[in-house]
Design a protein around this ligand. Sequence first.
Ligand code: MN
Length: 310
Amino acid sequence: MGNQVILISNEDMKKVMNHYATSKITRNAPGVIFAAKISDTAITAYKSGKVLFQGAGADREAARWGPLTAAKKTTTTSKGDKLPANFAELSVVGSDETGTGDFFGPVTVAACYVRADQIELVRELGVKDSKQLTDDLMRKIAPDLQATLIHSVLTLGNVKYNEIQEQGNSQGKIKALLHNQALKHVLRKMNGEKPDYILIDQFAERGVYYNYLKLEPEIIRENVLLSTKAEGLHLSVAAASIIARVAFLEEMDRLSTFAGVTLPKGAGPRVDEVAARILLKSGAESLKNMTKWHFANARKAQQIANKKRM
Ligand code: MN
């Protein structure tokens, strides 16, 4: 099946809409201003001026309106499994996590499925490498993604996180369990449909990852690839990363309201200061319940609080 995207002027957009007017169909996807279906090609026009042609006649139809776009070159310095050359165009379930480096707030993991024929739509919704997106932009994009894509998002709150951590589980193991869980949920929701691949944004070597999972009743192994910087390798990981990030931000909002102060991200000196204030105001138990208590920040906050008490 062919797939072509062209970018055209407003004027040409009118011509496109005229040309396919008799084959017009209704499509209520975000950003779509016009859609049509002819015998061998689906045409979707977007607010941004992009027009997507899908189907056997995609090249022919797209060529009426503009030069065909050359396949984008990807330069990547990711490490991990070797991916097939056309990987970015395949149907992939991707997974990623957020919050593991933040003293305050949960760990969140999301997995989501982007089918080959959804790639252009997902891009149109504004998904790109999440490292290039601001939190505010991600908050805007995430609801559309969640409405459009089969996904699973898990938020491991601080109380549970600390409990599991104190039982002797490393953060790596916690992440592995959550990724496996989220992937399981997505595959279940896919009702037997199989992705070409599953891609996990890599945080551990393959052997280490599966060793973390060895006691799990169900371990997702089939067609699983692991790579670092995976959000740049397939939009499913970029989308998962955005969904996970926004789940993290939402829990941070909730905790901030509860604490009466905007909780800072990360694990730097500002985090220690805010943590010390919460400690003095509400006590250690209260602080523990909104943080990853094994981080060094907990001890630093206690030191700062002790000084202030004197
Ligand atoms: Mn990641």
